[in-house]
Write a protein that binds this ligand. Structure first.
Ligand code: MG
Length: 353
């Protein structure tokens, strides 16, 4: 399986998992069974006025990848590129550009290709921490960091958008750093950003064809270099110890998935204990926790493990934003290694910040 299949698979399966869980974020498993039938979620159900609709997890993941492309093509500080990409996402959520762009930015309109994708302009229960901290950047222009945290949040809003950072480097340490730095733009608690670093490394290893169990070990080697890593380490170890095919009860025994460390550990457990991506995607959303985020994160894992071709076509065919996700993935693959770099228009699609 080549990198293209794994990377496209990672993004597409993440979006499918997000869409499968979109209608039942935080519903109890009993409520999910009332809504979807005795087997719980087995297919897309209506959410946000349609079928196959993605949520903020996928939207923000797309802006993460856009930032990496802009920084790779034009140079410059990639963490600042991520900040600006998230400000453009904030604008898609209804915040006027003049309030979203930040005081140092004087552009009259947001630029680049991604912001022209009309379907992105839709609010899908955006996380309050992400929204609030990006609004604060819009007012102050102060870029938060691990050393200058703006809050003590360990919500899963950082880790849920981090999968594309896997492409940034072949070096696990560099990928971990950028994963953590990207999440620290909105989440100040170590479990809010170390989860993101660990997740990006796991995806990086999966894209290289490393089996998940070993990919997790590589991420743990990086994780333990950072202060206050214990909580995330404990959560990952619990996922590795938990045996047997995923049931709602087993998945929930690891947590609710609304915070970084359990969103990652629940997703890792499901991916480790299933034999195909489609079974994993359903197991990742059928529990009482943050179904769209664990669906999205687990999808990013299993898509990279099994590749695009293994994904159920009835889901791919009805997935919102499929074309935009594929185009973004192909542009990224061209810039980050395989394929030919498209043409000079790539600079107008992905301008400098
Ligand atoms: Mg969501």
């Amino acid at each position: 399986m080549n990198l293209s299949s794994r990377f496209r698979g990672s993004l597409l399966a993440g979006a499918i998992g997000d869409a499968l869980g979109a209608a039942t974020e935080f519903d109890s498993i009993d409520r999910i069974r009332e809504i979807a039938g005795p087997d719980g979620i087995t297919d897309f159900i209506e959410a946000y006025g349609g079928i196959g609709k993605i949520t903020d997890d996928t939207q923000m993941t797309m802006f993460t990848l856009e930032a990496l492309l802009r920084a790779r093509i034009n140079g410059g500080d990639v963490v600042h590129a991520l900040q600006m990409a998230y400000q453009r996402w904030l604008h898609t959520q209804g915040v006027p550009w003049t309030r979203a762009r930040g005081p140092k930015n004087t552009s009259e309109e947001p630029d680049g290709w991604l912001i022209t994708v009309a379907e992105l302009f839709s609010r899908r229960a955006p996380g309050l921490t992400c929204f609030g901290e990006l609004e604060a950047y819009g007012r102050t222009g102060i870029q938060p960091s691990i050393d200058r945290p703006v809050n003590n949040s360990k919500g899963c809003g950082g880790v849920m958008r981090a999968a594309p950072i896997a492409l940034w480097s072949d070096d696990p340490a560099e990928v971990f750093e950028l994963g953590a730095d990207s999440a620290a733009l909105t989440h100040g608690h170590p479990s809010g950003y170390l989860s993101s670093g660990a997740f990006a490394v796991i995806v990086q290893q999966l894209l290289a064809g490393v089996p998940l169990r070993y990919a997790v070990d590589v991420s743990i080697k990086e994780l333990v270099k950072h202060r206050m890593h214990e909580e995330q380490l404990t959560a990952l170890e619990a996922a590795l110890k938990l045996d047997g095919p995923p049931t709602p009860e087993r998945v929930e025994s690891l947590g609710q998935g609304n915070i970084g460390e359990t969103a990652l550990s629940m997703s890792v457990y499901v991916a480790l204990n299933t034999g195909d991506p489609n079974t994993a995607l359903l197991a990742a959303v059928n529990h009482s926790g943050d179904s769209d985020s664990t669906g999205s994160i687990c999808g990013n894992l299993v898509g990279a493990m099994y590749g695009e071709e293994a994904l159920q076509s009835s889901w791919l065919n009805r997935l919102e934003l499929r074309e935009a996700i594929e185009r973004l993935a192909d542009d990224a693959l061209a810039e980050f290694g395989v394929g030919t770099k498209s043409d000079d228009r790539r600079v107008s699609r992905y301008p400098a910040d």
